[in-house]
Design a protein around this ligand. Structure first.
Ligand code: FAD
Length: 429
């Protein structure tokens, strides 16, 4: 079995620059692993996915250990623009082409339910993470795109999803946005992703979870038990393990629908509130490469995009000045009232799938080991979906639709090239 590249996987290989999140909050307290541990559920990774997973499994009555080898929340979570949406990177129209109407609609409805569940979670625990319900606007800037959006809205209407079509004149008169067409949707939100992660870790640890500083190097599954080896030589034994290692991929035979992408983002100086767009909706423009934009409670504009397939950190960082200049230019064209002076800028590398869906569920060949990889532009909504699915799976619940997100699922329009795996051991990296 080949070893995973450890250098690639550290936070500073995945992210750089300064993002605006986490100000004024206390970091969660975590301790080095000093002994072997035995728990019901081990969660590897303390980013937004691991934090949400750990909190959920603890709430389900399991004893939980959440393990991170660096600072929890400082992986991809720190670079997220945290636009929390049920709209998936792939439109319903595209998913229908891939998987047929019934399956595509089921996936969209589950994403919408996950978004609503995430909002309820924040409300139930009164999580201070600057969570604000928002509407979202998907924009197109050409006639062909306008036709596609009209088709998309018709499909969403049939599926009972809360979206409506906006023509150029609606967009212009209601939102002062000069684009050919758009889709207006309800049910989105925004948050500070680091505050959300830390608060969830805090809730989980107050409920009894252990938050541990350790690097998991190997996971075994044998006889209904999972054991994880750590760098310091300690072993964590669990009934189930969940890998939430973000874009640090464990050495699993992934279907070829996975790929690595980088995205660049900036936060402006505070704007005069009177110059911001209506309702401060979340905006994403379906251009190539696309642009996404939101505001913060202190009236900054956070805007990102210019995604490309750069994976090498040095190359990605070298592109920063050019990418940030391009984003500023596009922001100015989309919203001419913006003061585009940059307060902070950053970039992050993340994983995507060709069908825009996350990788959630049993790790092929490893009994009682689950993966929770909420990939793509709405990874955080998928992190919540992962908590519900994996929580149910650990309790023995199986649903046919779980296969839609399976780690070894078939990609769009072709058979899976992932063979049956018999090994019961893997390297996490
Ligand atoms: C620029 C950018 C913008 C984005 N914008 C949005 C957005 O607007 N909305 C949205 O929903 N999503 C967005 N995303 C995606 C979202 O940020 C991610 O889906 C999410 O942060 C992933 O969180 P995670 O917990 O899975 O991974 P991470 O935050 O990377 O956490 C994984 C953790 O696992 C730890 N780890 C890894 N390997 C091991 C090991 N072997 N042992 C112990 N610990 C280990 C790491 O140290 C890390 O802390 C964006 C991503 C980027 C890069």
């Amino acid at each position: 079995m080949a070893e995973i590249d450890l250098n690639f996987s550290t936070h500073d290989r995945l992210t750089s620059g300064v993002s605006p999140w986490g100000h004024g909050a206390a970091r969660p307290r975590y301790h080095p692993l000093k002994d072997h541990l035995k728990v019901d559920a081990l969660v590897v990774g303390g980013g937004i996915t691991g934090a949400m997973m750990g909190q959920h499994l603890q709430e389900r009555g399991l004893s939980v250990a959440i393990v991170d080898r660096e600072r929890p929340g400082f992986g991809s979570t720190l670079t997220s623009t945290a636009m929390l949406m049920w709209e998936i990177d792939r439109t319903l129209t595209e998913l229908e082409t891939f998987y047929g109407y019934e399956r595509a609609v089921g996936i969209y409805r589950r994403s919408a339910a996950a978004m609503a569940g995430l909002a309820k979670l924040v409300a139930a625990h009164r999580i201070p993470c600057q969570f604000r319900p928002r509407q979202s606007l998907l924009l197109t800037s050409n006639h062909e795109g306008a036709r596609d959006l009209a088709t998309e809205v018709e499909l969403r209407r049939r599926a009972g999803l809360p979206s409506s079509y906006l023509e150029h004149c609606d967009l212009f008169t209601e939102f002062e946005l000069d684009r050919d067409a758009g889709i207006f949707s309800r049910g989105a939100a925004e948050a500070d992703p680091l505050l959300l992660t830390w608060a969830l870790l805090d809730i989980a640890t107050r409920q009894g979870a252990a938050l541990v500083d350790a690097s998991v190097t190997r996971v075994h599954s044998e006889g209904g038990r999972v054991t994880a080896e750590t760098e310091g030589g300690f072993v964590i034994e669990a009934k189930a393990a969940v890998l939430a290692t973000g874009y640090t991929l464990p050495e699993i035979d992934m279907p070829k629908l996975h790929r690595i992408t980088s995205s660049w983002a900036l936060s402006t100086v505070p704007q005069d509130p009177a110059t911001l767009w209506r309702d401060q909706a979340l905006i994403w423009e379906d251009s190539h490469p696309y642009l996404y934009m939101r505001t913060t409670p202190d009236n900054r504009i956070v805007v990102g995009g210019e995604d490309d397939d750069t994976a090498d950190p040095e190359t990605r960082d070298a592109k920063m000045p050019g990418k940030i200049a391009a984003i500023r230019e596009k922001m100015k064209r989309l919203w001419p009232k913006a003061d585009t002076r940059v307060a902070t800028s950053w970039c992050g590398t993340f994983g995507e799938t060709t069908d825009g869906l996350p990788l959630i569920g049993p790790v092929p060949g490893l009994a009682n080991v689950y993966g929770a990889y909420g990939y793509g532009g709405n990874g955080i909504t998928f992190s919540y979906l992962a908590t519900q699915m994996v929580g149910a799976m650990i309790s023995g619940v199986q649903r046919e639709w779980f296969d839609d997100f399976a780690m070894d699922r078939d990609g769009p329009g072709r058979r899976s090239d992932v063979g049956g795996r018999s090994a019961v051991e893997m390297v996490v990296g």
